[in-house]
Write a new protein. Structure first.
Length: 320
């Protein structure tokens, strides 16, 4: 967009990658100074490794709004603790500059959707290595973790091998940190996001995902084939960013935003972060999302909003 946006994007990218390398030194080749000089790739030039190639499924972008099928009984949504992110300066979260100098603390939430046809783990949070290392700081972020996804699954008498499907809203490391929590699952991923993750410059950071059987898709994706759990194509934050729509028998439709919005104020003001890959795509995705939310009279959950997450049943109690 402009020199300042480019500078802030680089600052954000290097902050995330430096933290990721601190927490997964083997994947990044050790903790050296060069790690903080890495930036996210130009996604117009991406390389997809053969190890994770899969057939691309073309979704129907109208499915989520057009589906009138009755909601299957027995679907449950569990809110899982995937960490905390303290932000010392929110300036990078708005191209308008309105948040300069402001501070906030964001939650990092993940979700388990239990369906009669299988379990879906949505987002993978911060790396479990934080449990040993303690909080890590690379301005403007300080990240911490209290429990792992594996330990939370165990409270439901589940192990990683019991999870049929895993999907991430996008590639940022606060959403990809614990792939070990779903080993053996089929990874459902938007083709554009997969390509961005496995670009030559960043592929080593995502080696934990190469073991998954992979289903790549474009458009929206119907996870169980009955319209009850839809992965929604909403690009702009990243090339293949997605959100999740879950239809519950008692609550109705729930929309998990991914990082379309980071804060409630961001949604109210339609603020676009400086580090998004495409501002126009983001605004169009906001329009699409809000149309679905209105049509479905949905409960919207901003995944990084402490207040939105606090309004959900506390794990291990599900939303039904």
């Amino acid at each position: 967009m402009n020199d300042r946006k480019g500078s802030e994007t680089m600052k954000y990218s290097t902050s995330l990658i430096a933290l990721a390398c601190l927490l997964a030194a083997s994947a990044c080749g050790g903790q050296d100074d060069s790690a903080t000089e890495t930036t996210y790739p130009d996604t117009s030039e991406t390389v997809t490794p053969d190890a994770t190639d899969g057939d691309v499924t073309q979704g129907d972008a109208s499915d989520s709004m057009a589906s009138t099928a009755p909601t299957p009984a027995g679907i449950e949504l569990y809110t899982m603790n995937c960490g905390t992110i303290a932000v010392s300066d929110l300036d990078i979260f708005a191209v308008s500059g309105d948040y300069a100098g402001m501070e906030d603390t964001l939650t990092d939430s993940c979700y388990l959707i239990r369906h009669p046809e299988g379990d879906l783990l949505w987002d993978l949070g911060l790396p479990a290595a934080l449990l040993e290392s303690g909080p890590q700081n690379n301005p403007p972020f300080t990240v911490s973790l209290e429990t792992s996804l594996i330990d939370q699954l165990a409270q439901l008498d589940l192990s990683p091998a019991d999870i049929e499907y895993v999907s991430i809203s996008h590639m940022h490391f606060d959403h990809t940190g614990q792939p070990e929590a779903a080993e053996g699952a089929t990874w459902l991923v938007h083709e554009a996001e997969h390509d961005a993750m496995f670009a030559e410059e960043t592929a080593e950071q995502y080696q934990g995902f190469t073991a998954f059987e992979t289903t790549k898709f474009t458009g929206d994706y119907d996870v169980f084939g009955d319209g009850s759990v839809m992965i929604l194509e909403l690009p702009g934050h990243t090339p293949g960013h997605t959100a999740l729509e879950v239809k519950l028998a008692e609550t109705g439709t729930v929309l998990l935003t991914g990082d379309l919005y980071h804060r409630n104020q961001s949604r109210e003001e339609r603020q676009v972060p400086r580090f998004n890959t495409d501002v126009d795509q983001t605004l169009a995705s906001m329009d699409t999302f809000e149309a679905i939310a209105e049509e479905e009279q949905a409960l919207v959950v901003i995944q990084h909003s402490p207040s939105d997450v606090a309004d959900l049943p506390e794990f291990p109690t599900p939303l039904r």
